[in-house]
Design a protein around this ligand. Sequence first.
Ligand code: SF4
Ligand code: SF4
Length: 357
Amino acid sequence: MFSVNECESYDLPKVRKALKNCLKNLGGIEKFIKKSDTVLIKPNLLMPANPNKSITTHPAIITGLLRELKKTGCKIIIADSSSGCYSKECMDKVYAECGYSGFKEIDRDYSSKEYHNAKGFIKKYGLISQFFKADKIINVCKAKTHMFTTLTCATKNLFGLIAGKDKTYFHSRFKTVDDFSKMLIDLALIANPCLNIVDGVLGMEGEGPSRGRIKKLGIIAAGTNCFETDYFMSKIMGIDSNKVPYLKIAKEKGLFKESKKDCAEFKKDFKMPHSELISKLFKLIPSNLRSLYNDFFIKKPFIKDNCIGCGMCAESCPVKAITIIKGKAKINYSKCVRCYCCHEICRYEAVGLKKGF
Ligand code: SF4
Ligand code: SF4
């Protein structure tokens, strides 16, 4: 089930009205949450960023959701693991800059535990402790294009359940987008959020998830199945769902069904990330010329003069291609796998992307 409502701004009354309508169309919050439940609200807090940058879930959506949830009498916790470390120091900064400091429901236990999934694509995950405390998860994501996975919305947001730097390990382990997508699907099935709420008031197009352009979409949406939610959001964002690797695989596995409902009245075409255009052209190139083509056309990260040598990019690089030398980051291109984690995480915008040898 999927529901979408217009929401022109982050004014709380407008957010509450849109959210209420979405939940009502799905059967009401009481259909999903009981008084005895502990509910984990999992926002998208990719990095410390002002909510106006449209990188992270806007706090007004969380405030609106808290008001609805409190009607049920359930216990509520809020937690996410951003791109950096899962520690008090890192996450205090994230919660403060993202406008979350005032939420007393934030659970500041930064431990993690192993989740074993003997029959899954991945046998073991290190997940944030709040995953184990919760009876239900409400996934509150942001609608953005993504340079690696094409789309980041409900399904990709669940990657933040993996604690801290274990995410870096997963990036290095799954270098192809298809393998990464299979891992994401596996994780989404484990998390099994009972509700997926999309902050689509402002989204992001182009070089998302952190360095694209803000795109006004003017909606809040909600769905009961994270894959189906993303399928409808791809329609709304003008993205062919077959071009989103994890949606293509999820559809083949029968995890959601296509629908004729087109949500045309909400549709706004999003500009695709550079990587998506490159992969389209890649298929037209003879196989013996593909590596040359890759070297020239796939943008590589480079360090700008304003780098302050904080080391966040080096910590997040899955293949240890970055070292800090004399107070500046330096990239070893022979190791770089073009995952763009460094570009995503640098809050000083000191990692640029360029084409060419
Ligand atoms: S590039 Fe950015 S993240 Fe990396 S060391 Fe420089 S300032 Fe820090
Ligand atoms: S240098 Fe940047 S783009 Fe290259 S592998 Fe490391 S994090 Fe990814």
